[in-house]
Design a protein around this ligand. Structure first.
Ligand code: ZN
Length: 339
């Protein structure tokens, strides 16, 4: 098989792309969904795409696992109190220094005109709960923490111009924690984004475990999506948390050799794969690229046909192993690790 060649449909049917954003594309052709062999976990990230993911999952219940949640890049759109004005909300968030910088003030006023009315966190949680309850297998995602991004003046512009503003990490944590509390309450798995936020992420996981108790925390699974952690950090997380899985993408992780080291140290029973792509026509190929890399690093064979009856797990190829990992992820109820 050449690197670009895909296996037959009987193999692809066992592949799960655990993280992609098909509703971010301008449109999804019915033919694209028709010919899709794999299962996709379709993420939402902002107010406008929650109903898009909902509709996609309703139309394609066998191929799409809906994921609802609010990404840190859009966390500034959420206010913690219902009685705050638009200007006060964004000013409190972005203008933290008491000495007002004139340039920043101009930037703030420009940005303010393009920003919508903020959504109270309580309203967002009502909506999130309704969506999650509508699909018993829906996940929370994409949610997370990000200390690298800046707010663009116009998110929808083709060339995004960035403002000098970032969202304070404490605000991001508050919104993430509220969403994760709901996931634990409803027993839902989580697709987590963490960029330049290793320390607060570790603190958050520890808080979640303490707050909800080890048993309830281990009922759900946590996927570290397009994880950019150092291998030592991943080892540490998997040592501490029996429910922590890793999924890598060619488009994000493929840029750095770090992903090979991550795969090397990752518990072989807790590897998943993803595309992180918007174009659903590309999800299969992109996910397959990471499947090949995984097989390479772990020394697993790659299936060219499907043999469901092979019971000897040492003979399983990469697709079968990843499918079993996915089933373990999906089922949750992990037994707690000794620390
Ligand atoms: Zn994503």
């Amino acid at each position: 098989m050449s690197s670009s060649e895909l296996p037959p449909s009987e193999v692809l049917q066992h592949v799960v792309d655990v993280h992609c954003h098909p509703t971010d594309a301008p449109s999804i052709l019915p033919e694209s969904m028709e010919k899709l062999d794999i299962t996709i976990c379709a993420m939402s990230s902002k107010p406008s795409d929650q109903p898009l993911v909902y509709n996609l999952a309703k139309s394609h219940p066998r191929k799409v696992i809906p994921c609802f949640g609010y990404h840190p890049w859009f966390s500034h759109l959420v206010c913690l109190r219902g009685d705050v004005s638009k200007e006060d909300h964004y000013r409190d968030l972005f203008c933290t220094s008491s000495a007002e910088d004139l340039e920043d003030l101009e930037a703030f006023n420009t940005l303010l005109t393009s920003l919508p009315l903020p959504i109270p966190l309580d309203n967002l949680l009502v909506d999130l709960r309704r969506n999650l309850e509508e699909f018993p297998h829906a996940m929370l995602g994409e949610v997370g923490l990000d200390r690298a991004f800046r707010i663009p003046y116009d998110y929808n512009a083709s060339a995004r111009k960035l403002s000098p503003f970032t969202v304070p990490i404490q605000h991001q944590i508050t919104i993430l924690q509220a969403q994760m509390d709901l996931a634990v309450e409803l027993g839902r798995n989580i697709s987590l984004h963490s960029v330049k936020a290793h320390q607060p992420t570790m603190e958050l996981l520890a808080n979640m475990e303490t707050k909800h108790g080890v048993d309830r925390w281990n009922k759900i699974s946590l996927d570290l999506h397009s994880c950019g952690f150092k291998p030592e950090m991943l080892k540490d997380i998997q040592r501490r948390y029996a429910n922590a899985f890793l999924s890598l993408s060619t488009v994000i992780n493929g840029r750095s050799p770090n992903h090979l080291s991550l795969l090397k140290v990752c518990d072989p029973l807790r590897i998943l794969v993803e595309s992180d792509y918007n174009d659903v026509d590309m999800c299969t190929e992109q996910t397959w690229g990471m499947i090949r890399t995984t097989a390479d690093v772990k020394g697993w064979t790659i299936e060219t046909e499907w043999n469901e009856n092979e019971s000897d797990s040492s003979k399983w190829g990469v697709v079968r192993r990843l499918e079993e990992n996915w089933l373990r992820f999906k089922a949750g109820h992990h037994s707690a690790k000794k620390k």
